[in-house]
Ligand binder design. Structure first.
Ligand code: E4P
Length: 220
């Protein structure tokens, strides 16, 4: 399973990229607004930090303009994945951009039918938003299950990677991995939580306290 980070904050991206565990980055207009700074400079810098796919979202709503914006975004770096919304215009733009060899991430997916359309349009990634479905009392992870099943029914035809988005906690990640989703995009706060377990901290404290009592040192 690939791990993407869901942020436009450069310091956070640098921090997690240094672990060697980061496979890509997703951004959206809200995350760009939150991070501040110039959109193009930010995306260019992210593409330098992380060699894997970096999603940058179009803001036009008509297919022709989305395609123009997509081409401009794709010119920033070879690892750009152009993000388009799951609308008819977005699907048209997805088809044209993906046929031209550009990675496309179709975003704001909330149903299995939408995911099927995106795959037929040649999307590199489909982004189902699990947290936002949970927020309205629906089951976000059930949607991932449905999409995994549908894509698996058509091997060699529906080649789109399932990129689980709108993740709110580590349980979402674990459930998505159990279902076989290809990618999870995680907010920095959730990424940070993944490594933590109180028994790890407690165990390490005890080991170090006992080691101290031996009066020995590994390097001298
Ligand atoms: C994914 O690409 C989106 O940027 C993101 O996961 C949305 O998450 P949110 O629902 O927490 O805003």
């Amino acid at each position: 399973m690939k791990f993407f980070i869901d942020t436009a904050e450069l310091a956070e991206i640098e921090d997690f990229a240094a672990t060697g565990l980061l496979d890509g980055v997703t951004t959206n207009p809200s995350l760009i607004h939150k991070a501040g700074g110039n959109f193009f400079e930010t995306i260019e810098r992210i593409c330098q930090i992380v060699p894997g796919p970096v999603s940058a979202e179009v803001t036009a709503t008509k297919a022709d303009s989305m395609i123009e914006e997509g081409k401009r975004l794709a010119s920033i770096a070879p690892n750009i994945a152009v993000k388009v919304p799951l609308t008819w215009d977005g699907l048209k733009a997805c088809r044209v951009l993906s046929q031209a060899g550009t990675m496309v991430n179709v975003t704001l997916c909330f149903s299995a039918a939408q995911a099927l359309l995106a795959a037929k349009a040649g999307a590199t990634f489909i982004s189902p938003f699990v947290g936002r479905l949970d927020d309205i009392g629906q089951d976000g992870m059930a949607l991932i299950d449905e999409i995994v099943t549908i894509y698996a029914n058509y091997p060699g035809t529906l080649e789109t990677d399932i990129l689980v988005a709108s993740i709110r906690d580590p349980i979402h990640l674990v459930e998505a991995a159990k279902l076989g989703a290809d990618v999870a995009t995680l907010p920095p706060a959730v990424l940070r939580k993944l490594v933590r377990h109180p028994l790890t901290d407690k165990g390490l404290d005890a080991f170090l306290a006992d080691w101290e009592k031996t009066g020995q040192s590994i390097l001298s």
